[in-house]
Design a protein around this ligand. Structure first.
Ligand code: ATP
Ligand code: MG
Length: 360
């Protein structure tokens, strides 16, 4: 029987620091997987949008750049950030416009303790810590609204306005309910700070209360974000799917990644669930200037992103094979320093490639 070999156009944006190192290795792994399976082609197009480019040209994204991203099936992103550029400039120069302009309104972050890795929490194993964090990705505290008056004087007044819309909240929450319903434990926890913030956060509560009866199979509860940090540390098995605002989700998912072993192993998917525009896959870690250029960054978070991207594209077998290979390598003790190993980025990559070659 003839099967059609699909070709996916992937925009790769390695960005800065270790983003460049880990995406290069992940693309090597993906290209080997493509050869071994022979069922699809990944056609990568490289975009040199970085802080170095910003310093030379005054912009991260050139004119027409966002339009050209739309002409892809997915975006594979490394990290952005440089000690020479203020963080708010690099974030607003590159990653936030992509998320907003391409309608990537949910950010999905699976969190598990991979085999061979350990949580800093005592006696915490894979079964105890198996979460999906769903972060609202287009508005809220990162809406970019606000301003500053009397700047550079002693009378400076600055405000950042969090903007919440029913539409923005509802579409994220529906995604969260559907995700929870698809998981074995079918449990959704919604996080706010609605005791102290009395408008936007209360709208979150209200929309959540309205939607819950439409998903009777999903058990729900609500947490204030401060109490949530405590629950994540003291009672990980009580959580399953979590939905939170842009800011809260950002903070909680770094904590979650650390509890699962390291920020270097955690993936994230910026999804446009309508599929009108491409979704973007990026490790949750940043450019890590403190270790950049030394070849020691953990590439596992980016490999996991690659697996998430394959799954989103509909290549379930490839996604599963890649994740199994990554897990076997971690379980075999070939790990970077951040997860108590001695291997470097290249050694982990080559071990994953060897594992794929053995299995496929
Ligand atoms: P951003 O603002 O882009 O989120 P950040 O300031 O949160 O970045 P990261 O770049 O994520 O910071 O780094 C935080 C710490 O975690 C640093 O000490 C860094 O070296 C370490 N780290 C991050 N990613 C990795 C990785 N892949 N492997 C090993 N260590 C990492
Ligand atoms: Mg960070």
């Amino acid at each position: 029987m003839n099967s059609v070999r699909k070709t996916y156009r992937i925009a790769s944006i390695p960005g800065d620091g270790i983003g460049v190192e880990v995406t290069e290795q992940a693309i090597r792994v993906l290209k080997r997987l493509e050869q071994l399976l022979g069922t699809f082609t990944l056609d990568f197009h490289n975009y040199d949008w970085s802080s170095e480019r910003y310093q030379k040209t005054g912009e991260y994204i050139p004119a027409g750049g966002l339009e050209s991203l739309k002409n892809h099936d997915a975006i594979f992103f490394g990290a952005v950030g440089s000690p020479d550029v203020a963080d708010h400039i690099s974030l607003w120069g590159l990653i936030l416009p992509i998320r907003k302009m391409l309608g990537q309104y949910v950010n999905v972050r699976p969190i598990r303790v991979l085999p061979g890795l350990s949580s800093p929490l005592k006696n915490c194993n894979t079964e105890d810590l198996d979460w999906v964090m769903i972060r609202e990705n287009s508005e809220g505290e990162y809406a970019g609204q606000g301003g500053i008056t009397h700047e550079k004087t002693e009378y400076a007044i600055a405000n950042d306005i969090a903007v919440f819309t029913r539409r923005g909240i509802e579409r994220t929450m529906r995604f969260a309910f559907e995700t929870a319903a698809s998981r074995p434990r079918k449990h959704l926890t919604m996080v706010t700070k609605s005791n102290a913030q009395r408008y936007g956060m209360v709208l979150w509560d209200n929309v959540f209360n309205e939607l819950a009866p439409q998903y009777p199979e999903v058990k729900t509860d609500k947490m204030l974000v401060d109490a949530m940090t405590v629950r994540m540390v003291l009672n990980p098995p009580s959580l399953d799917t979590i939905v939170a605002t842009n800011l809260h989700g950002d903070i909680l998912s770094d904590l979650a990644a650390a509890l699962a072993g390291s920020i270097g192993v955690a993936p994230s998917s910026n999804l446009n669930p309508t599929r009108r525009f491409p979704s973007m896959f990026e490790p949750i870690h940043g450019s890590a200037p403190d270790i950049a250029g030394r070849g020691v960054a953990n590439p596992v978070g980016t490999f996991w992103c690659a697996a998430e991207m394959l799954a989103w594209l509909g290549e379930a077998k490839a996604s599963q094979s890649l994740m199994e290979a990554v897990e076997c390598v971690c379980a075999g003790g070939i790990k970077t320093k951040d997860v108590q190993g001695t291997a470097n980025t290249l050694e982990v990559t080559e071990a994953v490639i060897r594992m794929l070659e053995m299995d496929l």
